[in-house]
Design a protein around this ligand. Structure first.
Ligand code: UDP
Length: 235
């Protein structure tokens, strides 16, 4: 395995599958299967899950919601997804613990770095819910932050695209995928792998980011086995 401890980011939007809203049971089960597979191989992990399948503060604000409250709604949405993932993992016999960035026992324990590391070292999958706990941030930034805190070797960004391209592959048929690219080049070419805050944190703290398509079954294991899928963004 090329990485021992990972921070896996799952997008909330992917979790809704073809439904257009909420949680698709098949997609959830597929994620739980893929995670269980790598957990059984001894990979240590923290998982951050988004909330875009339920609510996003920014899109709420464009419809007249107060941004601060909308972001709090978005953070609560990530907690709903985290609970769903924990229960899907438990159903497969995989121990999973939800730690929340906002205090809300008994829904989840309040996150601290030592608690997360202790659970990881005990062989549990740790689901880090509630993003950073602050409005005006994203779960990508939450992933960068938690990835650095849990001392992950890599931030695996599970998306619906299979890597970083020279241009948007859905708009430009000549777009070419990178196998690897540096943070500097991502910046110089104006490529968007995630928001700037998240990218800057990874760059400054030398946390590589692997962008890959999590919605293809078996990809998570492949990416960890070093198969040439996805794009590795390196310091
Ligand atoms: N959010 C927030 N602070 C955080 C993380 C998330 O306020 O630290 C809110 C924000 O409103 C965001 C929503 O939670 O739109 C859902 O997260 P995100 O959009 O990152 O989810 P994804 O796009 O991965 O589904």
């Amino acid at each position: 395995m090329q990485f021992k401890r990972i921070l896996l980011k799952l997008s909330g939007e992917s979790l809704m599958g073809e439904q257009g809203y909420g949680i698709d049971a098949n997609r959830l089960n597929d994620y739980a299967e893929q995670i269980t597979e790598i957990h059984q191989m001894g990979i240590e992990m923290g998982i951050v899950i988004g909330g875009g399948n339920i609510f996003r503060g920014l899109s709420g604000a464009s419809k007249g919601f107060d941004r601060y409250k909308g972001d709090q709604m978005g953070m609560l949405a990530t907690v709903i997804n985290a609970l769903a993932l924990a229960s899907a993992l438990n159903a497969k016999g995989t121990k999973a613990r939800v730690l929340t960035a906002i205090r809300m026992e008994p829904v989840g324990e309040f996150y601290t770095k030592p608690k997360a590391i202790e659970a990881i070292e005990n062989g549990e999958v740790v689901i880090l819910a509630g993003g950073t706990g602050n409005p005006y941030f994203t779960t990508d930034t939450g992933s960068s932050l938690r990835g650095i805190e849990i001392e992950a070797d890599v931030f695996l960004k599970g998306t619906r695209v299979d890597g970083v391209y020279t241009a948007d592959p859905e708009k430009d048929p000549n777009a070419v995928k990178f196998d690897t690219i540096s943070f500097d080049e991502v910046y110089n070419r104006g490529l968007k792998i995630m928001d700037l805050t998240a990218t800057a944190m990874c760059m400054e703290n030398k946390l590589p980011v692997m962008v890959f398509n999590m919605d293809v079954k078996g990809n998570l294991k492949k990416v960890l086995s070093g198969e040439k899928i996805g794009t590795l963004v390196h310091p």
